[in-house]
Design a protein around this ligand. Structure first.
Ligand code: COA
Length: 161
């Protein structure tokens, strides 16, 4: 049984994340999409809301489950009994950050692997912060996020998005 973990903030989940999730789910027996409690980031959505949105979006992917974690990713990997992490790469900037994170994680947990999936070319420009900003300013983000996320953004900002 090959389990991989796809960690992230998912604040909120976007079509870019969902592209990586569906492709990773086809590569592993089980994929755990793990929402991080990141004290360094000022999140729009609570940890519970972020996981709930993911769950709604993942309806239909039978081998994908969600989880939340605090602290080090490597500790979550140990708890989950897996040493495989999936990350998406959208740009050279992502590549530099991801290489550093992969190296740090591998030093903390020798033998773990980070598998990188190149973002679909039509998804490389999507980011959660852009979605938040456009929504806050009343713009239409329906090209970037599924309907269940759109509705949550609408509630957050108290307006049509
Ligand atoms: N499609 C769309 N957006 C994507 C994306 C994709 N395929 N891949 C990344 N992003 C975006 C996210 O939307 C997010 O956008 P934002 O910053 O504009 O909101 C940004 O890229 C980065 O988000 P994310 O992938 O969630 O990374 P992160 O930096 O928030 O968290 C963790 C990455 C969870 C892997 C890392 O923080 C972690 O491991 N934390 C635990 C603590 C730890 O172990 N630290 C030591 C590791 S060095």
């Amino acid at each position: 049984m090959r389990t991989a973990v796809y960690p992230g903030s998912f604040d909120p989940v976007t079509y870019g994340h969902l592209d990586i999730i569906s492709r990773a789910a086809a590569m592993f027996d089980e994929l755990v999409v793990a929402v991080v409690r990141n004290p360094g980031k000022n999140s729009l959505f609570s940890l519970e809301e972020r996981e709930e949105m993911l769950r709604e979006c993942l309806n239909g992917l039978h081998n994908v489950r969600t989880a939340v974690f605090s602290g080090l990713l490597v500790n979550f990997l140990r708890e989950s009994g897996t040493g495989i992490v999936v990350r998406g790469l959208r740009s050279v900037a992502d590549f530099e950050n991801e290489m550093q994170m992969a190296a740090v994680n591998r030093t903390l947990l020798p033998g773990m692997e980070t598998v990188f999936l190149a973002a679909d070319s039509c998804r490389t420009f999507i980011s959660s912060s852009a979605v938040r900003e456009i929504s806050a300013l009343g713009g239409d983000v329906s090209a970037f996020v599924p309907v269940c996320v759109l509705k949550k953004l609408q509630v957050k900002y108290g307006s049509l998005v």
